[in-house]
Design a protein around this ligand. Structure first.
Ligand SMILES: [Zn+2]
Length: 100
């Protein structure tokens, strides 16, 4: 009665199962989101003359900056002018109504 023991093989090739899981390569199908990328690099236009400048600046030169500031102040004036006029008219109306 002799029992055969299977000899231990080292370094043998591991047998892989041939059947792959079906969800192995399907997950790599995710499409990258390149739809929002724009070709034009980050830039800005001069607020006064419209020349393309660095995004950190508002205008291309000090002259444009000065002109832009003047324009802004003028714009502010014209923006607040109706409010100031309305307040003056209301004050005048109050004075008249209380005076008469
Ligand atoms: Zn400019």
């Amino acid at each position: 009665m002799t029992q055969r023991k299977a000899p231990k093989k080292r370094g043998g090739k591991k047998k892989r199962p041939i059947t792959k899981p079906p969800s192995d390569q399907v997950e790599e199908n995710a499409s990258p989101s390149h739809t929002l990328s724009s070709k034009v690099p980050k830039h800005k236009h001069c607020a006064n003359c419209g020349v393309s400048i660095d995004p950190e600046r508002d205008t291309c030169s000090n002259e444009c900056q000065a002109r832009w500031d003047k324009m802004l102040s003028r714009k502010k004036f014209w923006t607040y002018l109706p409010i100031i006029g309305t307040i003056l008219i209301v004050l005048f109306w109050i004075l008249v109504s209380f005076g008469g």
